[in-house]
Design a protein around this ligand. Sequence first.
Ligand SMILES: Nc1ncnc2c1ncn2[C@@H]1O[C@H](COP(=O)(O)OP(=O)(O)OP(=O)(O)O)[C@@H](O)[C@H]1O
Ligand SMILES: [Mg+2]
Length: 420
Amino acid sequence: MPTPAKLTPAGLVSHVRLDGRWTPKTFRAKADEIRALLGARTDLRMEITSGSHGDRATITLRTRSAADGIDLNGWTPGAPWGVDTITGEPVMVPLGRRMLVAGTSGSGKSWSTRALLAEGSEADDHRLVVIDPKRVEAMNWHHRARTAITPDQVLDVTDDLVAEMHERLALIPRGQDVIAISPERPRITVFVDEGAEVIAMAATPRTRPTKEDPGDPDWSRIMDNLRTLARMARAAEIILIWATQKPTQDKNGGIDPQISAQITYRAALALSTSGESRVVFGEDATEKGWHAHELPMPGVAMLRFGPKAKPHPINTRAFSPADVIALPDRPTWHRETSRPTASPLRLVKEATAATETPAPASNRDRVRQAVEEGARTLRDITDQTGINKGTVSREIKALTATGALRKSDDGMVLPGQEAA
Ligand SMILES: Nc1ncnc2c1ncn2[C@@H]1O[C@H](COP(=O)(O)OP(=O)(O)OP(=O)(O)O)[C@@H](O)[C@H]1O
Ligand SMILES: [Mg+2]
């Protein structure tokens, strides 16, 4: 026996008195039949909850969204990221939180994450890195971010970030757990779009080294670096955001279990299956209502960030590529220029002493040092430094280009002009 439906700010609400053989739970299990009986649209959200007594239930048809009438186009600094369609509350950009963002193709991942990237590159003490093997998104951000598209670029930037991380961790004073950000030591937001592509990139077989050609660098270090960043870099204010169309952990999946395990702030736009909702939101997703596979497309998300989060659809800000290009330029992060006055060698030494973990991006310095100490061939240098051949060869190339090293006519590596 339903009461007449009332139009409320939450939508159409009717209380139903059940006959003794029904409970709100069994009633809810018949949601499809009730929707059919009411002739409600398939995409209209319907909720059936327990009522004031054991034999009563409440049907709410969400004919209204609390986000209706709120303009979510474009962006200005500090503008909310989205609006909760149930409470109408603004949802702010979660700067400084490691994040997983999943959503099927066309669900609005790119459009919805741009407010985050814009905020993450806006202030003096914030810098942005965009890792994007598909290149489309990276191209939009050239004027505000360090972008990495090719395997070489991705390896370089992740090497730099890990080195920066070690250096920063060594500088955190006793009694503090996070480094203080400043224009000299900005928070670095690292956006990975698309996770599956980066995982595949790191799994690319290397070309075989020969006597003449040292072969490719070890691409698998890309994932090692990203895992290290996910695990340890939050305290150093290097913040990883991992986006993927394929929230699965199988062979072609876009989620690395070790990275995923470190991330507690989880966002999904529309997904394809309830299994994907569980990969993103956890094993209890189906039971607790985190049904991202039922979200409309595009631009509607759910955000699970802790015990208090509710599975509410959030309308997200729509940020077009043209909006990105129209943003003002911002300086981009490079390790060499991040602290121009300090000697990298000295900093590496300090970091090593304090953490007892050698910083990987000191590779370049270690190669140069080995040559200055008498190593002359690729073999000498790899033996002396313990760095793999591909990387050594790359560093030699880079150091030769800057004049720090040179090659003799018989192919020996020598210190450059200044050092000779
Ligand atoms: N928040 C939004 N509000 C309104 N429209 C949106 C919103 N987000 C996305 N759209 C629309 O949806 C389209 C697809 O969005 P987007 O390119 O962000 O998808 P995607 O999830 O990044 O897809 P892919 O995984 O293929 O890169 C956009 O071209 C835009 O027209
Ligand atoms: Mg996209």
